[in-house]
Design a protein around this ligand. Structure first.
Ligand SMILES: Nc1ncnc2c1ncn2[C@@H]1O[C@H](COP(=O)(O)OP(=O)(O)OP(=O)(O)O)[C@@H](O)[C@H]1O
Ligand SMILES: [Mg+2]
Length: 461
């Protein structure tokens, strides 16, 4: 028997109904209220699903959009167990944890009162927070009674709020979360500090508004980021809608281009159709930053757009940036495993992050419709500006000297017209297909061997 339909709310309006149809298929229809609150054709929910109360959206973007709201990997499995649904049962999972998602959608039973009115915060003591970190493997997203939160991503995280007095708190019964906490994956040296460092660089060139700090919680350095899709207002916190590039493109349900997922050009097409020139400039600058810091994990769920009530969109602030290629290998139960150099999304048709040059970045931008002069200026300026901020940011976050040197070498190589990894020893593009190993590995909470990355890449290629 089909389970009761779910109501989908956005910016105070009940815009649609989500049903399950047959085995694990979703059907979504917009309600008339969606056209009254927004306008027919508005992309406010998703660039891949314009509002149309006359016709039901196509099944592919529906599946991608709603599925992409849910956690991935081990977190998804654990949450499925807790709510007694299958890990692939998106409908069951959305019914269980769809009340607070990335962006402003709220998914809840049809009969539940309008969101935004209910919900409360449950303050936590320091011990409770430490306990939540310690037990995160069994309780991903800090899931507990009354807390119904979803957030995509493969890494472990807690999704919390802060009380007016600044205490950490569980957002319960539909209250919006306002912070994301990511305890360090202990297999990677200084991983939390490296993410803070990269976000700091992004902030210094206005690519993000995210506030970042690193806290020591239960012995694990933890990156804490403020949510840019939440806004504090006089009468409480409001949600601002966002969707990731995978959802906005709505065509292929794979986040890595190497696995058949969308390209940067696909995403740029959405930005130029619905956004502005500024967004393309932002995307090119962010892509340059990713190459510069050695972040190969910039896949289609690591870029997003913000949707305002009036239907306008813009590139969302940058998030989830780490120097993945600094870490050449990870210790696993099978021994040391090489990390892949494949870009989450190719740059100028090239798949290895080691091989990218300024010319490739400029060519990529031009393929999106940016003028030659614009693309050239954005790339060069980004490299130049970031170079100027590296030392300060590195000092602020106390990253290892070898990591600072790694980023500086890449910046110098790009400025010199060389391939990004030209000044690192033993770096050559590999011929392997496939996706970055990052985000695909389960994170064992109890692994504490923070071994220095070793230079064994010559053996691996
Ligand atoms: N500061 C932020 N504000 C709002 N939303 C955010 C923020 N940071 C991340 N998100 C959302 O949460 C999702 C998961 O966060 P993040 O990408 O940091 O997790 P992750 O598990 O490291 O991801 P991955 O699977 O790429 O390794 C993002 O895809 C994005 O939708
Ligand atoms: Mg991510």
């Amino acid at each position: 028997m089909a389970r009761s339909p779910l109501a989908v709310w956005l910016y105070g309006a009940r815009i649609g109904i989500l049903r399950e149809q047959g085995y694990r298929k979703l059907r979504f229809e917009f309600l008339r209220e969606s056209e009254e609150r927004f306008r027919p054709g508005s992309p406010v929910l998703s660039a891949s699903m314009p509002i149309d109360a006359q016709r039901k959206p196509n099944g592919v973007p529906v599946r991608i959009f709603f599925g992409a709201l849910l956690p991935e990997g081990a977190a998804r499995s654990r949450i499925s167990e807790k709510f007694e649904v299958a890990p692939g049962d998106d409908f069951g999972l959305l019914a269980a944890i769809g009340r607070d998602c990335a962006g402003a959608v709220v998914i809840q039973p049809e009969e539940a009162p309008a969101p935004g009115t209910g919900g409360h915060l449950i303050p936590m003591t320091d011990d409770e927070l430490a306990h939540a970190i310690r037990t995160i493997r069994d309780r991903p997203l800090g899931e507990q009674d009354g807390v119904r939160i979803s957030l995509p991503g493969a890494q472990e995280k807690l999704v919390l709020a802060r009380t007016e007095g600044g205490e950490w708190a569980w957002p319960a019964d539909g209250a919006p979360s306002t912070y994301i906490l990511k305890p360090q994956d202990m297999r990677y040296e200084a991983y939390a500090a490296s993410e803070a460092f990269c976000l700091d660089l992004a902030r210094s060139i206005s690519l993000t508004t995210v506030e970042v700090e690193v806290l020591d919680l239960a012995g694990r350095p933890t990156v804490v980021v403020s949510r840019y899709d939440r806004r504090a207002e006089a009468n409480g916190v409001t949600r601002i809608h966002q969707e990731d590039a995978l959802q906005a493109i709505g065509k292929r349900d794979k986040k890595y281009e190497g696995d058949g997922g969308p390209s940067l050009r696909d995403f740029a097409e959405v930005l130029s159709r619905l956004g502005s020139h500024r967004d393309l400039v932002g995307l090119l600058s962010l892509t340059t930053l990713n190459v510069l810091v050695g972040n190969a994990d910039a896949h289609a769920k690591n870029f997003s757009i913000l949707h305002q009530v009036d239907g306008s969109i813009e590139l969302a602030p940058a998030y989830d940036i780490t120097p993945t290629t600094y870490y050449r290998q990870i210790p696993t139960s099978r021994g040391l495993v090489d990390l892949d150099d494949a870009l989450g999304m190719k740059v100028n048709h090239k798949k290895s992050i080691h091989s990218i040059t300024e010319v490739d970045l400029i060519a990529e931008g031009k393929s999106w419709g940016l003028g030659n002069r614009d693309a050239d200026e954005v790339v060069r300026e980004t490299v130049q500006l970031v170079t100027g901020f590296i030392d300060d940011a590195a000092n602020r976050w106390g990253i290892p000297e070898s990591m600072t040197k790694f980023v500086k070498n890449r910046a110098r190589a790009l400025s010199d017209g060389e391939q990004a990894s030209a000044y690192e020893s033993g770096r050559r593009p590999s011929n392997r297909r496939g996706s970055s190993a990052f985000g695909q590995q389960h994170v064992p909470a109890d692994l504490s061997d923070q071994s220095e990355p070793t230079d064994r890449s010559s053996e691996s290629h």
